[in-house]
Design a protein around this ligand. Sequence first.
Ligand code: MGD
Ligand code: MGD
Ligand code: SF4
Ligand code: MO
Length: 743
Amino acid sequence: MPETKYRICPLCEATCGLKFSVSGREVLSVRGDDEDPFSRGYLCPKGVAVRELDAHPMRLRTPLLRRDGVLQPATWDEAFAAIDARLLPIIEQHGRDAVGVYLGNPTVHNTALTLYAPALVRALGTKNVFTASTVDQMPKQLASALMFGTGLSVAIPDIDRCKHLLILGANPLASNGSMMTSPDFPERLRGVRERGGKVVVIDPRRTATAKAADEHHFIRPGTDAFFLFALVNVIFAEGLERPGALAAHTQGLDEVRELAAPFTPERVAGRCGIDAETIRRIARELAKAEAAAVYGRIGTCTQEFGTVSSWLADVLHVITGNLDREGGAMFTTPAHGPGNTKGTPGVGRGVKLARHTSRVSGAPEVFGEFPAVCLAEEIDTEGPGQLRALFTVAGNPARSLPNSARLEKALESLDFMVSLDIYLTETSRHADVVLPGLSPLESCHYDLAFSQLAVRNLARYSPPMFAPPEGQLDEWQSILRIVAVLSGMGAQVETGILDDMVAMTLIQRETSEANSPIHGRDAADILAALAPRRGPERLLDFMLRTGPHGEGFGARPEGLTLAVLEENPHGVDLGPLQPRIPEVLRTRSGAIELAPEPITRDVPRVLKALDADAPTLVLIGRRDLRTNNSWMHNLPLLSGGKARCTLVMHPDDGERLGVAGQTHARVRSRVGEVVAPLEFSSDIAPGVVSLPHGWGHAVPGTGWGDCAEGGGVNSNVLADDTALDLPSGNAVLCGIPVEVTSA
Ligand SMILES: Nc1nc2c(c(=O)[nH]1)N[C@H]1C(S)=C(S)[C@@H](COP(=O)(O)OP(=O)(O)OC[C@H]3O[C@@H](n4cnc5c(=O)[nH]c(N)nc54)[C@H](O)[C@@H]3O)O[C@H]1N2
Ligand SMILES: Nc1nc2c(c(=O)[nH]1)N[C@H]1C(S)=C(S)[C@@H](COP(=O)(O)OP(=O)(O)OC[C@H]3O[C@@H](n4cnc5c(=O)[nH]c(N)nc54)[C@H](O)[C@@H]3O)O[C@H]1N2
Ligand code: SF4
Ligand SMILES: [Mo]
């Protein structure tokens, strides 16, 4: 008899509720869960493909160990013994910083990894921590932290009540939204227009999102900081600023007004490719709208002025009075109790930056990590402190980081490498030990990161749908076994004690917290109260119980626990976003820091760039509904249809560059070159070409199986690893100068 099961899709930030029909271990069908209060039945092709991912024969189910130069199946014990034997001598001889770690994007989509990867990083005790955040959203997190006090205090467009939405560098109709968890984006976007609102899209491509908007303007890649500064300029120049009640909680308004003064619409128009009168009108409409939000994503983060651009979006929210306003940009109140719900409401420690710097190029750490673009140089530059061993966790840096040819050479030169991955990839093929994770249907799921970025407050939990195969470890268990090795306990330990320690660390932090519902209570009692749960479920239950909606271990009996979520398979709806200023702030000053020095000191660089020569042809990326960064190109459901890994070019550029009518073209940048299939379209701005990232699978030694489009072309061969946003260390992936010639 088929059974019905419910589960949150872990494949992107939209976090749709899925409804499964299963028979034994087999998934019969996947649909959108109509009763999910958030996603209301929506799903995309990837959600359906989770069934193929679960059953995929190429997905790893046993560890791999390099023997005689070849990765071969091994037992778990053999895999951890190899880590013990190979890693400890490297640490003994070269120190802890000789071992690095790279955490990839699915780390935040996999609850076990989100909760336990920090234990791995702590146990490694290395400064060489890298993540996909610095090829992604680090600028937004840094700007948010400097303005509001924590890196996840991100102001989210309140799309369900918004009347005016300005979207820059995001294509949620393909990506399903990012740093803005908003399932069924198409319907929610329609909602803005149906309530009489307006949607304006600024993008070098006329994307699906642009076509669904009221207005679209091409912008020259990398010039959003100029454009946004000009909006701020107009609002001040025309006296349209209305910070209202926010003014009492804001520092630096006058400084921002002065900083924006040179960026008149006339001065930036040529560089942005948007005329001055249009910039003026966009500014006025934004300022006068009843409830407005500015949403910038990948296109505004992965550029030279990513932090300044991300900051300016929130500056606009503040000066137009839209921050913390219904229908403007608001803060979530996540059930699991992140940093901006802890401690003293309204004031905090803010952020400390640059506590140490990277060995080779001296890049400052941000939130404890170095820019991912520094990974290769830390491996391939000789000298004391050189990286000799590397852990990759749910990441494919060989395809996702700039100058990937250099990085792959560096990976090949490591003394020892361990990859936690569910496939043998362009990255994990270089490892000495590969540790597989489970199918997403075999482990529990709760969106810790994305419930903090959601357009509504919700708590939804999915228990494992299927038991894991006999003897296979969930990734938190693998991590604890590595932690045991690193702590000198050896490869053969029962990890229960370590898991208790992870839980106790969390509990003790909370019991010592003055404003916690369990302040002063005995940590051992709390641990006992969580029994018999263990692993991620225990940590989750604890976080929910001590969070802002939690039952507080008796303090608020009607509050949330994991058990309550288990009784509500469609999730618990905690309502629309609520105003949180000033309580949400955790800056040192207790104010919104509108002009934080680490950002304002970058403004002269922006001004200088405004007058510099602009490259004539630049490369950007793009996303497609049927992709997920560098993986899932091997699943039959996502492989068919129109080719996606193409170089999109305006027909006029085709003529100008002499490649019109050709099927392929050669693309060359400072660091590399590729030959890519051509696609002509007038939906891209002249002077801009677009090639998606995450492809280039046709290389030896991987185990993806059959990939779409012959594996496609790797665009990160072209991205320059010396180009970055200085404050955040984020890579520049948009606006790479290139030359295109006949292949
Ligand atoms: N040029 C260019 N480059 C880009 C981007 C761009 O727009 N342009 N985008 C950037 C962005 S936004 C991101 S987030 C990064 C992504 O960069 P990465 O995180 O480095 O790469 P992914 O392609 O997400 O690879 C994820 C890997 O995790 C594995 N995996 C999936 N699920 C699990 C799991 O549950 N456990 C484990 N252990 N492994 C799992 C997959 O098999 C895959 O190998 O790429 C960045 N790179
Ligand atoms: N189907 C699918 N969904 C995904 C992913 C995927 O690979 N496939 N990846 C996931 C991940 S990791 C992330 S981070 C999100 C990203 O989510 P989004 O940010 O929505 O990603 P994109 O669809 O790449 O949209 C970025 C847009 O920025 C535009 N752009 C490029 N350069 C500039 C510029 O300089 N200025 C402006 N204004 N625009 C510019 C591009 O033309 C593109 O339309 O998507 C997530 N969702
Ligand atoms: S939109 Fe994202 S969360 Fe929803 S079904 Fe598709 S991949 Fe899953
Ligand atoms: Mo991302």
